[in-house]
Structures are given as C-alpha cells and as structure tokens.
Design a binder for this molecule. Sequence first.
Ligand code: BGC
Length: 744
Amino acid sequence: MKHILAIALSLSTAAGIFCAGAVKPAFRDASLPLEQRVEDALSRMTTEEKIGIIHAQSKFCSKGVPRLGIPELWTTDGPHGIRPEVLWDEWEQAGWTNDSCVAFPALTCLAATWDPDMSALYGTSIGEEARYRGKDVLLGPGVNIYRTPLNGRNFEYMGEDPYLASRMVVPYVQKLQEQGVAACVKHYALNNNEVNRHTTNVVIDDRTLYEIYLPAFKAAVQEGGAWSIMAAYNLYGDRHLCHNDRLLNKILKEEWGFDGAVISDWGGTHDTREAIEGGLDLEFGSWTNGLSNGASNAYDNYYLARPYLDLISKGEVGTAELDDKARRVLRLIFRTAMAYDKGDGELCSEAHYDAARTIGANGIVLLRNEGGVLPLRTEGRPNILVVGENAIKMMTVGGGSSSLKVQHEISPLEGIRAAAAGIADVDYARGYVGDVTGEYNGVVTGQNLADSRTPQELIAEACAKASKADYVIFVGGLNKSAGQDCEDADRAGLELPYGQDAVIAALAKANPRTIVVNVSGNAVAMPWVKDVPAIVQAWFLGSEAGNSIADVLFGKVNPSGKLPMTFPVALTDNGAHATGSYPGAKREGSDILDLEYKEGIMVGYRWHDTKKVKPLFAFGHGLSYTDFAYGDVKADCKEMTSDGSMTFRIPVTNKGSVPGAETVQLYISDPKCSVTRPAKELKGFCKVFLQPGETRELVFTVDASALSYFDADRHKWVAEPGQFLASVGASSADIRSTAKFTLK
Ligand code: BGC
C-alpha cells in the first residue's frame, strides 16, 4: 500500500498537478460542499479562463482550465446509445474501432412500457456505456411533447402526455446521473416539429405552455435533478430559445430553481448580447446545422468566446453574468468529469443487451389481435412467411444525431428465424423496396438492399408465397431516412411510404393470417386495419430489435406496452392539423414563421376525447395475450380538501390462462369549471403483473395538483371546488369504472 502511495505521489508531482506536501486546493476536496468548491475554483480563474469554459473547443467537448488541472467536459449524443467518435473539428468519423455501442430502444418505446423501472434500467445502462466511453454529459433524454404525427423526431421523445413523460423521464435522469454522467434534457422547449426548426416562432398561451409543454422538463429538473438542459433551436416570443430570457432565466432558473448549465443546441446560438443576458451557459456547435455542416477552428469566434471578452474589455458588459455561467459550468464539471465516486462503466456488456431486449419487448404494443391469432402457434411446425424491407433493414444508422454505430443489431427476420429454429420454417419475400441506402455521417450499414424488381413483381412474389404459408408477418412502417422518422425534416403525410398499403392489402387477401408489424416512432394511417387480424406496434428497438419482436410474436413475452400517443385515422383528426396551425405561416419580409398552437391544451387524446373524434388506436391502448377484468373503483371518502388527498382503489384480475402485465390508468375530469377543460387527463398509472386468476387491488392517491389547471392571469395552479370524476381504465378510450368525488 505504501508503495502504491509513493508512486501516486511521484506521478502527480511529475504531472505538476500538485506537489507532495502542498495544500490541495479546496475545489479538489470532494468532502467540501459543492458550492464552496465552485467558489474556490472561480476565485482562482482569470476572465479569459472563465470565457474558456463556456463555449466549445471541438464538436463535442468544451475546455476545462488547464492551468488548474480542471478537465475538459465531454458531451455525446444521446439519447439511445453513445454516438461514435467524430474528428475533433469536423463531423467526419474519427475512425476508431472501439466506439461501437449497444443501441437501446428509442424513447417512444421506453414511454410505451409505462414502467418507471424500465426507465431506471435504461438510465443505468446507457450511463454505464457513457461512463466507459469517458463521456460526462449525455445529450438526452428528449421530452418534447408529441403534438403532430408528422414530427420527424417524435421517436426520440416520450409521447403526447405531460404526466406520462414526467413520470418516465425522472428515473432515466436519476439513474444516468448516478453514473456521474449528466443528463442534458432536450430540447427546451416548444421544439415540436422539425421543419423550419431554426426559424419557427411558437405562439402559445401560458396555460398551454405550463399544462402541456413544460411539465416533463420541470419534473426532470426538480424531481430528476437534471444537471444540464439543452435549449432548443426554435423561437418563442420572437427570441431564439438558446437565449430566451423568459424560458431560461425566469422559468427554468428562477421559478424552478435549476442550478445546472443550459447548453445550446448545436448551432442554436445567434447573438452575443442575447446569449449573455438570455440565460445560455455553454455554447456548442455554432456555424453548424448540428448535423453536417462544419466550420474549422471557429471556436474563438463563438458568440460566447472572443466577442464576449471584447465586450467585457471595452466595459460594455459587466462580469456578473459571466460568473454565473462559469459557476454553472463548474458545477457540471465537478458533478461529472471531476466526480470522484463515479463508476467505471461498461460497454456492450451482456447486461446491456439484456436491458435493451427487455425494454424493447416491454414497450411493444399489441394493437389488434382478432381471434387470438397471436402468439404464433408452433404445433405442427408451421410455415412462416416474413415480408417487408423493415424485416431486414438496419435501423440504428440514420435518423440524425441519434444515429449510432452498433456492435450488433438483430433484424426482425434474424430474430424470428432464431426463435423459430427447430419449431417453424421461415421464408422471406421483399414485398416492397423503400430506401436501400444505409449511411449516416460516415457510419455505413454495409447492407446491400438493392432490388430492381417492379412493385408488381414484388407483390406477386410475396402473395404467391403467402398463399402457401401458415402465417404471414409483414414487417414495414417508417425508417430513419430524411422525411420519415428523422431529424431536420418532418414527414409529408400520415400514410405509409413506398406503396406498403397495397402490399398489405394484397397479402391480407392472399392469407387471412397476415400479421402487420409496424416499425416506427410515429402514428401511421392504416386503411387496411380491419383486413388483417393482428397488428403489432414495434418501435425502433435498437440492437436487440429482432429478438424483442420475436419474444412477443412467439409468446415468450406477453405484450404489455401501451401507446404513449394517439393514432388518428386521418391527419386532420389531430388538433394541430384540424386547426390548420401546422407548420405555421411565414411572416412578411422575414425568414420567420409564426406557428400558433391553436389547439391549445387539446393535444393528443385531450383533443380526441373532448371533440369526440374517434381515434384509430387510442392513447394508452395496448392488448395482452391474457384478459384483465376491472372491478369497481372506490374512493376512500366522498370529499377532498384543497390541501388533502384522495385515495382510489380498484381490483384488477387476470382472467386468462397466461401471466401478464396490465397498465391501469387513472384519468381525472372536471365536468364543470369556469374554464374549458379536456374531457379527462391522465393523473396516475400503475403497471401490475398478475398470474392467471390472480387479483390485486391497485391504489391511486391524488392531491389537488391532479385537479388543477394553470390560471395564466394569476400565474398559479388552481383547483376549483366542485364535483370531479376519477375514471380508471385500460386506455383513454376504454374506461372501466368511474367514481365521483367533491373538492371542497
Ligand atoms: C440536435 C441535438 C444534438 C446535437 C448534437 C443537434 O442537431 O438537435 O439533439 O444533441 O445536434 O449532435
């Protein structure tokens, strides 16, 4: 031991960090309170050094304070796996051979598990991968609300409901940060579509802002304790979000007490003075579009670099804001890069693959299962025909900044083949040709998906094989190509691309046991919905995609996912489109588009329920291979006081013959109120696992916050006395029991 200590001392002396016998600076003493360490470090720094830590010095890292031995801060995308290394100053791949990762399911899938334990597992697992790769800040998770099914980035977010997204984001953030890796919760805020993301000015009333678009960020900050947050590209109140005084200073920092750092989205900063005053702490990616365009050696020219220093030298701005920014960045460094108790991490471990597979299987949603066609019966060794490009296409490459370089990815066809080995025969037909390319930022899938046959030839082949098969599994949906589930653009419509509707319709005619597996991060139109007996919503499931899908199809896992968003029949059934609000209107003589959120608080199921627009599949919907019976919901008393709480109990029974999990949902309605309220709002959920025949009583407790609306004039949450309804159900459209109660 003595020997080891001697070596350690001589090494640290050689590195000039501190000399044997010298007093360790207070900022290095982890036993001291964080704020004391921050103040100590700040007091030792020059103005130049403070400026040095508040902007990037490469595509993904910012400088520390070399003179004091304060290390660099390394960020990484996020949010589904650890992005491969790019060159210091450009977007091209660095060409490392040790930066492959495990791709975890996309966050829509995580939200579809409705299981905070899955979020915790996700946070721990991705945190360990980040830690191993030496990353300090993970650029994720994303919690922008799913407002329109056209948003190219919905797959990176947690659905349409602020309560669900809040409950799911908190464990992710907490567990990630336990690894000494900061969450950078994005994209704060109102970045709810991708088209025109740099020029869209969102016009929204305060009630909608507070009720729908802010709660998940607030939960991530106040309950999750997020150490950083990423400001979005778009504008609000005519100010870019990266220097938006109201959202960053007033709401995030003052109202919510956020003590972490606000990081700009890459290239989202536009002005030095605005950035100084508007609450931005750490500038990244200027002069890029965040995705492909680069600019060499621009770092000294960043808005928060030399131009800021020049303003200070000329006495045009003071240093109070600089100190605040530097403090926040120092806090971030101390919590991550300089945390002494962080884990070593692990990369591509078995545990991480297991986590990816489990989260994937738990998030898959069984949308339809007429006649119990699923799970696949394997008695008599059936012939299974798999059809569709998404059965073979790698989905971890593409989609924008969340694109990954994986150690492996199991395709749906591979997963189905592996599960069928020895018990079923599997054949494949292409069915349609979508996008055969497979490249993002220099990472290539290496797949050759070229097929020169005409659509008619492909359909004819698939149908000929389908008519002889016992089961047909069509695996299609969207992919990560531009204009689909991909950053920087939105989808053109709700329809499936590449003529897939015609393929499905033909297959359904050829074989009555045609099962559709839809791979997407977004709702799609399903004109053939009644023509096929089974539909499975599989998201972008990452490295273990094929195994997770096969687990559900073959019944190894009983599906328990529920939709975190509504599937509308038609695009105009969605509030953002019914009101003609999307994608906003160009302002005369300017690049800016004003996008008014005209549907207000009526987002997703709130719109469908209140306006009585029947969805294709409702928010919260998801079937199981077993059946659950709900008893009557009972309130523990009839009246609640504004500072009290109310408990509801409901028994739920597994009536079927296989074990399974059900997510029981609690919705609250305020039928008579002085302001318009949605028909009902999710205020509780509980996922319960039940053996056949088992009954459990589920208990939900709510307080006045679950009954409140945001009164913008008084700037406070208000619960109006009167009668309320507590509805418990299996989805927003499948309410099984309702109890009345009164708020005094
Ligand atoms: C995206 C961010 C991402 C950043 C860095 C931007 O284009 O909007 O989500 O973290 O690039 O890659």
